[in-house]
Structures are given as structure tokens and as C-alpha cells.
Design a protein around this ligand. Structure first.
Ligand code: SF4
Length: 375
């Protein structure tokens, strides 16, 4: 099989993995042929920040994850030899079509052999083809510790997909992997590599909706991961049934759920919300339901915090107000030192969305409707 055809097929197979990239029609518009675009992902709107070639080293797997097509036996087995893949990537990179590589793999015969191939591809890229750019490598379940440290030598980022929030849910999705030993333990080793300065960053992915977890389950997992490890971020992938897999008939998850959890993630990481606060946005079924703005939901369920006096509130208090972001909060603190705010409209110059914020704040002269108006 031609290398390009293999790239196309193993690129399609890698597209289930979220690394922040989305397939971009813009690539096609830019004149990159359709046959190429399935393995090129424009990540310029994420912190991967470049056009990535996203591809699998191999698509044949010994595991039995029920949502995955790589173990179905219904597709042709394909595998890249390390130099073949490193050479192909280099050709695309030198032609200016990609700037980075995201390399994952199925576990072909055993994990050591599959990881050896990933390591060797990355080594060739760095040493033979002198590639200095971005490389994101996947840690496979059950990878030995010494190989994780080998992967870290060549990668800017490693990731290992936890897929579910805990053991019980994980067992629903397959029988050949052990959540605690094969995933959590490996994540701790990746964390160790990061703490020892051997790695720039690492991430994980959770599939939403395949195993019936609630948003509360997801929040608990996010909280423990961010507290216990140096994890850079969590990607969420709304479950979509794939034809030919054991879960092909299971209902797909709405993308909106992933969007809500990304908002929550942002509130925890950037705004400094804690677990107890974000939990306030959940409904009785421990889900965010149809909420469009999670911060707004949290504020509605936390009435004792409001109204916030913009002339005296701390930065943390300002950040709890819907319509006030980190830049707006900083500007308010800066500008009120020179002159106190009297009217809401004066807040416009700080970047605050006044219409959104006005029911949650007060100034010396002005106070809008009570929050109870929303309830
Ligand atoms: S380990 Fe990965 S490639 Fe293998 S079956 Fe599971 S999800 Fe698919």
C-alpha cells in the first residue's frame, strides 16, 4: 500500500483522539487536497498551536474496548515502520503543510513492541531528520515505566487516555485492561517524569456518555487529577457510536456536554473556582442539563455571594460574577484606585459585559434587580 494511502487510513483512525485539534475545512480551502486533510489538524485555536499531523503507528489492537474499531477485525491491518513514518512526516513538514506530530497507536502484538516503534519514530525525527518542532506522543495502557521515560525524551507532550472517571465505568467498556494498574499507575509515572523535569506537559482524555457517568462523576475526577498530579489539561470527547463496534447501537452523546465541561474546566483552572463551587451548577440528576453558561448557573445557586460591590470586592469575588473575566476583574481593581465606580455603564471600559453582570453587582449609587428575579 502506498504511504499516502496508509497515512490517510491511519490518520482517520487517529481522529477519535482529542488533542485539541479539529478537522478544518480551511485546510481544504487552502488548497491541501482532501486526501491529505484527514490527518492534518489545525490546532491554532488551542494550546497545541500549530498544524498537526495526527496519525496512528498501527491500527490493530489486542485490547477489546467496545467503542473502538481497531479491535473489530473488520479492517485491514496497517502499520508504519518508524523510518517510513518519520520520512513522510518530514516531507510534509518541509513542504510547510504541518508543523507538529501527534502520534498514537493501537497495541499491536504487545505493548513493549508497539511503544518501541513510537519511540523509534520519534527518535528518528529528532536525530536523523533534525526535527525540533512539536511532538505529542501517546502512552499506551500497560506501558512499562522505563519506556514512558524514553517517550518523554523525545516528546513535548505525552498523553494517556483514562477514558472513564473510574473503575466501574471502565469495566463496562472492555475487559482486557485494569483501570488502576494499566492506566492510573502509568499516569503517576508520567507525572513523575514531569516532576523530574523530563517532560514539558501531559494530558488525558475522558469519553463522555459511553459508560453512563454523571457530570458530578466527571467533576470529582477532574478535581482529583488537578489536585494530585501536574496534569496540564483534560480533553473531553462526546461519545459517538462507530459502525462495526460493540457499542454501535448506543446513543451518541451531545457535543454540548463536552462544551459545558470545558467551561467548568476553565472556571477551575483560570478563574480559581473550587470543586464545591462548580458543583453548585448541577441539577438534581447531577448534570448540567441544558445550561449554556455554567458560571451563570453557579451564580444563581450561590445567592449569598451577591451582590458584589465592585468598589470593594476582592479579585476572587469579582471573578465569581457572570460577565466579569480575569482581564475585566483586573481592570476594575486598577481603575477604582483612581476613581470609584458610580454607574454600571462606567464598567464598560473595563471590558465587563455589563448586561450580564448588572444583576450580581452594586456600586455606590446603583443596584439592579435582585438575583431572585432569575429564579
Ligand atoms: S487500547 Fe486503544 S486502540 Fe486498542 S482497542 Fe482500546 S481504544 Fe482501541
Amino acid at each position: 500500500m502506498q504511504t499516502l494511502e496508509k497515512l490517510q487510513k491511519l490518520g482517520m483512525a487517529a481522529s477519535w483522539d482529542s488533542c485539541g485539534g479539529v478537522k478544518q475545512k480551511s485546510l481544504r480551502k487552502a488548497g491541501i487536497p482532501a486526501s491529505h486533510a484527514d490527518f492534518i489538524h489545525d490546532c491554532s485555536n488551542t494550546n497545541e498551536n500549530c498544524k498537526l499531523m495526527k496519525v496512528l503507528q498501527s491500527n490493530s489492537c489486542i485490547h477489546d474496548c467496545k467503542y473502538c474499531v481497531n479491535n473489530s477485525g473488520k479492517q485491514k491491518k496497517l502499520e508504519f515502520e518508524p523510518d517510513e513514518l518519520a520520512r513522510s512526516f518530514t516531507a510534509f513538514e518541509r513542504a510547510g503543510m504541518v508543523q507538529g506530530l501527534f502520534l498514537s497507536s493501537a497495541v499491536c502484538r504487545n505493548v513493549e513492541k508497539s511503544t518501541e516503534k513510537i519511540v523509534e519514530t520519534a527518535r528518528l525525527l529528532r536525530q536523523k531528520y533534525r526535527f525540533r518542532g512539536y511532538v505529542h506522543l501517546k502512552v499506551l495502557p500497560t506501558t512499562p515505566k522505563d519506556q514512558i521515560f524514553e517517550l518523554a525524551r523525545y516528546a513535548n507532550r505525552l498523553s494517556l487516555n483514562l477514558e472513564t472517571t473510574g473503575t466501574g465505568f471502565f469495566e463496562e467498556l472492555g475487559s482486557t485492561k485494569d483501570y488502576k494498574n494499566d492506566l492510573e499507575k502509568r499516569l503517576k509515572w508520567i507525572d513523575e517524569a514531569k516532576r523530574k523535569g523530563k517532560l514539558t506537559s501531559f494530558t488525558t482524555q475522558l469519553i463522555l456518555g459511553a459508560a453512563g457517568e454523571t457530570d458530578l462523576d466527571v467533576l470529582k475526577r477532574m478535581d482529583s487529577l488537578y489536585k494530585d498530579t501536574m496534569l496540564h489539561r483534560i480533553y473531553f470527547s462526546a461519545f459517538k457510536p462507530v459502525k462495526g463496534t460493540a457499542l454501535e447501537k448506543r446513543q451518541e452523546e451531545k457535543d454540548h456536554r463536552a462544551y459545558q465541561l470545558y467551561q467548568t474546566d476553565w472556571l477551575m483552572k483560570v478563574y480559581g473556582f473550587n470543586f464545591k463551587e462548580v458543583k453548585l451548577g448541577l441539577n438534581e440528576e447531577e448534570r448540567f442539563g441544558n445550561a449554556r453558561d455554567i458560571k451563570f448557573e453557579i451564580a444563581l445557586n450561590n445567592p449569598n455571594l451577591f451582590p458584589v460591590d465592585v468598589n470593594n470586592a476582592s479579585l476572587e469575588e469579582l471573578l465569581r460574577v457572570p460577565g466579569i473575566g480575569p482581564k475585566g476583574a483586573e481592570q476594575i481593581v486598577k481603575q477604582r484606585e483612581k476613581k470609584k465606580f458610580k454607574e454600571f455603564k462606567e464598567l464598560k471600559k473595563t471590558g465587563v459585559i455589563v448586561k450580564r453582570a448588572q444583576s450580581f453587582i452594586e456600586t455606590d449609587r446603583q443596584r439592579q434587580a435582585r438575583i431572585s428575579a432569575f429564579l
